[in-house]
Design a protein around this ligand. Structure first.
Ligand code: DC
Length: 223
C-alpha cells in the first residue's frame, strides 16, 4: 500500500494546482480523478449522450476504456488508445462531467482504477469523494475549500488571461449550481470526511496552502 494523501473539495478551490505541487514536493504521483470523470463525459458526448436519460448513461458508460499514464510527471488520460487529455478542460465537458459523475455506474467503473493507483503508489489524489469513499484509510485527508466569490473570481481571471470573454456573475452562478449537484447527489456526494482537515484557501495564496498541507502531512507521519 502506498502512502495516500486525499484532497477533496468543491470546483475551483485550487485542488489540482495545490495537489500537483504537494505531490512534486514529496515525490508522490498526482492523481487527478476529475480528469477521469471528464474523460468519461467526453466519451459520452462523443457517443451523443445528452445527460438527460440516466439509463442511457448507465448503458453507454460501460463501453468507455479509461486509463492513465504519466508523461514527464504529468498525468495523461487515455480513452482506449487515444490520449484525450487536451480535450477535457472545456465548459461543455465540465458540465457533462458534473451530470454523469452523479451516476452510480459511472462511479463504479472508475473506482477500481483509482484504488489500484493508490495501492501501488504514493499518491496525492484529488476529487470529491476520495477521503469518504475511495480511500477511507488515506494517511492524510484534506478538505480544501474557498468561498464561491473567491472561486468565481479565480476562474474569471484564468479565463480572461487566456483571452476568453466571460461574465463574472454567470461564472458564480455556474459554480453554485455545480456545488449543488456535487453536494446533493445520492451517490458519493461531496462532503468533508469526519477525519479530514479543513483548509479554507479564500485568503491564502498557492504557496501558503501547499506549505500548510505538507505541514499537516509531516505532522501525521511523525505521530
Ligand atoms: O474537478 P473537476 O472539475 O475536474 O471534476 C469534474 C466533475 O467530476 C465535477 O463535476 C465533479 C466530478 N468529480 C466527482 O464527482 N468525483 C471526483 N472524485 C472527481 C470529480
Amino acid at each position: 500500500m502506498g502512502c495516500n494523501i486525499a484532497i477533496d473539495g468543491p470546483a475551483g478551490a485550487g485542488k489540482s494546482t495545490i495537489a500537483r505541487k504537494v505531490a512534486k514536493e514529496l515525490s508522490f504521483i498526482y492523481v487527478d480523478t476529475g480528469a477521469m470523470y471528464r474523460a468519461m463525459a467526453y466519451y459520452l458526448l462523443k457517443n451523443h449522450v445528452t445527460g438527460e436519460d440516466s439509463k442511457e448513461i448507465e448503458e453507454k458508460c460501460q463501453g468507455a476504456e479509461i486509463s492513465i499514464c504519466y508523461e514527464n510527471g504529468e498525468q495523461q488520460v487515455l480513452l482506449g488508445e487515444e490520449n484525450v487529455t487536451s480535450y477535457l478542460r472545456t465548459e461543455e465537458v465540465g458540465k457533462m462531467a458534473s451530470v454523469s459523475s452523479a451516476n452510480g455506474k459511472v462511479r463504479e467503473k472508475l473506482l477500481s482504477l483509482q484504488r489500484n493507483l493508490a495501492a501501488q503508489n504514493n499518491v496525492v489524489m484529488d476529487g470529491r469523494d476520495i477521503g469518504t469513499t475511495i480511500l477511507p484509510n488515506a494517511d492524510v485527508k484534506i478538505y480544501l475549500t474557498a468561498s464561491a466569490d473567491t472561486r468565481a473570481q479565480r476562474r474569471y481571471q484564468e479565463l480572461t488571461q487566456k483571452g476568453e470573454s466571460c461574465d463574472l456573475e454567470e461564472i458564480k452562478r455556474d459554480i453554485i449550481a455545480r456545488d449543488e449537484r456535487d453536494m446533493n447527489r445520492e451517490v458519493s456526494p461531496l462532503k468533508q470526511a469526519e477525519d479530514a482537515v479543513l483548509v479554507d484557501s479564500s485568503c491564502m495564496g498557492i504557496e501558503e496552502v501547499t506549505e500548510e498541507i505538507i505541514r499537516i502531512y509531516r505532522e501525521k507521519v511523525r505521530s
